[in-house]
Design a protein around this ligand. Structure first.
Ligand SMILES: [Zn+2]
Length: 295
């Protein structure tokens, strides 16, 4: 085990042999590339990296990852998603079909539909898909490659909100997105920025280091190389901040330094849902929104 930490890995993004051991967390070894900054799991150890997106993930929040109540936790994000869409629309010649990958309970699909897009989604969790379908949304259960009937070359926009970091093989998924997009289609990604000031200053304690839920941690440099190698050209990288509920913010903070008392406050707030759902805008600038065009 210790010897593995001495080993140097080849970066899955820039292919340079400059990956050095960075941190062991939740039993996973993460390596950071000295050339592009990309952080990814050790290729030396075979981890069981199957992560379960079941009901607990969307409504249990027993750990610092996952959600208390997905739709309620996401509610403050509504204006943020509308801002994302304004940026996307400024790069499109019109509206059309939009696919949301990792659509969860259809929160974003519903927003896109409301502003005139023909929006649908794919979602790996049966539990979340069922909720989306009950809302009357076109969300199918599965992954991009799981034999669904999505038509190639038919989407003007594909969105991956907080999804790319979860994939075991991001190259494969982006390749599938590329096939589904129209020839000049837009890919919109939000993902943690491991090269951001906050990520670098918190280092091994960066709250978004969450293997095996998060497996790939891009930097602005590594995502540019990654997308260009997959026939996309970057149109824009922005740092639109997120907005969370008070309850969710405390939950994340309690995981950051094992502050048990914050978790107690979360439990306490459950009795006062109106206080707990109070919206807090947060911009630690450690998330990036990347918009790219298929070339
Ligand atoms: Zn690299």
């Amino acid at each position: 085990m210790e010897n593995d930490h001495e080993k140097i890995t080849t970066c899955v993004v820039c292919k340079k042999a400059q990956g050095y051991f960075f941190v062991r967390k939740n039993g996973f070894d993460l390596y950071r590339c000295g050339a592009c900054g990309h952080i990814s799991p050790s290729p030396f150890l075979k981890h069981d990296s199957s992560f379960s997106y079941d009901e607990d993930y969307f409504s249990g929040a027993k750990t610092a990852s996952g959600y208390i109540d997905y739709d309620r936790d996401k509610e403050p994000m509504r204006p943020v998603f509308v801002r994302y869409m304004k940026v996307i629309e400024s790069l499109c010649s019109g509206k059309g079909r939009l696919l949301d990958v990792g659509a969860a309970t259809g929160f974003f699909v519903e927003i896109a539909k409301k502003i005139g897009w023909k929006a649908c989604g794919v979602e790996i969790s049966e539990y979340a898909t069922e909720i989306a379908q009950k809302k009357g949304l076109d969300v199918v259960c599965g992954t991009l490659g799981s034999g669904n009937t999505l038509e190639e070359g038919s989407f003007r926009v594909i969105t991956l909100w907080d999804v790319l970091e979860h994939f075991q093989d991001p190259h494969r998924e982006i390749h599938l997105c590329s096939k589904l997009l129209m020839s000049d289609g837009i890919l919109a990604i939000s993902t943690p920025d491991s090269g951001s000031w906050y990520a670098r200053s918190t280092g091994k304690r960066w709250p978004l280091l969450l293997p095996p839920e998060h497996l790939h941690y891009f930097t602005q440099k590594s995502i540019k190389i990654f997308l260009e190698n997959n026939d996309f050209q970057i149109e824009k990288i922005t740092k639109i901040g997120k907005t969370f509920t008070l309850e969710y913010t405390l939950l994340i903070a309690s995981g950051l330094r094992n502050f048990g008392f914050l978790r107690k406050i979360v439990t306490f707030l459950k009795k006062y849902p109106r206080v707990g759902s109070f919206a807090i805008p947060i911009n630690l600038r450690d998330n990036m929104v990347v918009i790219a065009r298929r070339t």
